[in-house]
Design a protein around this ligand. Structure first.
Ligand code: SAM
Ligand code: SF4
Length: 353
């Protein structure tokens, strides 16, 4: 496919930096929220085709020349940490394990001061091989995505017969000390909604921490509908049929998952109700795409182009200013329930989930 078959334009560019607003300090928006958690997409490519994320035929991948180099990524992360108050960095994608320089990028990030917490979201294919190197590079936490433990259904959901690789990756992460291994699951009606309990049982058995994520309108083919979504309430009802859930009263802070103790604890299960109980008011995130665009929200329709500025010779201070200005314009909420809501043209895999 050529990139011209994508919706055009993917995004509207954010306004240029107005003169006289150069600043210092962190990433504060007009609603008083402060972004301290940076999500970095390392690639838009992936070796799975999860139904809620990517079409079976794949997407138009970003041209290589537009993708940030390892050095460019580390520079922007350093500016985030040193100049803008970023305290947590999560690498994601696409599939971040497809990025050859991943371990070096993680090591360079954990060497920054003040040292940020560094984590990774991955589909776990190839993790069995690289988990020890990631742990040695200082990775603090890992989230592995897994929507079913049934091999036939895994293949239906992802269009790839790779469940064994994923399970080996989870075990390797645990063996490498990347604990607690967190598992992310998305349920789709008529597909894998009855996997809720088997997934929880599997995670309880292996000591993994399971979190369900409500499906969001970020699929490439814009097929999401609210009516078809498996809600947090549906998920809790299913889990409660097999386990006793009691609310975990520990302060949630800005963490998106609401947690429940399973059968009295200490094991917990989380539900990220991004759609039905949105947590935008406590959002502390900012995002960098693999092609060097700052997004102040998953659902943003505007981006700020740091790549072009960086390649044109912008200084650290100028890049930091662009990032601050991009943050100021962050909307108060995702607006999914608003009749005027428009799904962003970039799918989740190209934004970085
Ligand atoms: N490839 C890696 C993975 O799957 O973990 C990292 C990128 S993926 C986009 C990050 C997370 O976003 C995964 O846990 C995935 O299940 C979730 N995700 C993708 N599309 C989603 C959607 N439409 N709604 C909710 N979560 C979604
Ligand atoms: Fe790939 Fe992750 Fe999207 Fe699945 S959710 S297609 S693993 S990027």
């Amino acid at each position: 496919m050529s990139s011209s078959s994508l919706p055009d334009p993917w995004v509207r560019p954010a306004a240029a930096v107005p003169s006289g607003v150069a600043g210092t300090g962190g990433l504060v928006d007009r609603h008083g929220r402060v972004a301290t958690d940076l999500r970095v997409s390392l690639t838009d490519r992936c070796n799975l085709r999860c139904t809620y994320c990517m079409p079976p035929e794949g997407l138009d991948w970003l041209p290589k020349v537009e993708v940030l180099t390892d050095e460019e990524i580390v520079r922007l992360v350093r500016i985030g940490v040193e100049e803008l108050g970023i305290r947590e960095v999560r690498f994601t994608g696409g599939e971040p394990l497809l990025r050859p320089g991943l371990v070096g990028i993680v090591a360079a990030t954990t060497a920054l001061r003040p040292r940020p917490e560094v984590s990774l979201t991955t589909n776990s294919i190839g993790l069995a091989r690289v988990a020890p190197a990631l742990a040695a590079a200082g990775l603090d936490r890992i989230n592995c995505s897994l929507d079913t433990v049934d091999p036939v259904r895994f293949k239906q959901l992802t269009h790839r017969d790779r469940l064994d690789d994923v399970l080996a990756g989870l075990a390797a992460a645990q063996a490498a000390g990347l604990t607690p291994v967190k598992v992310n699951a998305v349920l789709m009606r008529g597909m894998n909604e009855d996997d809720a309990v088997p997934l929880l049982d599997f995670c309880l058995e292996h000591g993994y921490q399971l979190r369900f994520i409500e499906q969001m309108p970020l699929d490439a083919h814009h097929a999401w509908t609210r009516g078809q979504m498996v809600t947090a309430e549906d998920i809790l009802e299913r889990l409660s049929a097999a386990h006793t859930l009691t609310p975990d009263t520990e302060d949630r802070g800005s963490a998106p998952a609401e947690r429940w103790l399973v059968d009295g604890g200490p094991a917990t299960v989380g539900v990220i109700a991004s759609v039905t109980r949105s947590f935008c008011g406590a959002c502390d995130r900012t995002r960098l795409t693999a092609d060097g665009q700052i997004r102040n929200c998953l659902f943003a329709r505007e981006e700020s182009d740091l790549r072009t500025a960086m390649r044109a010779g912008a200084t650290d201070a100028e890049l930091a200013d662009r990032w601050r200005i991009a943050t100021l314009a962050k909307l108060p909420g995702h607006g999914i329930d608003d009749p005027s809501f428009l799904q962003p043209s970039r799918p989740m895999s190209a934004i970085g989930g």
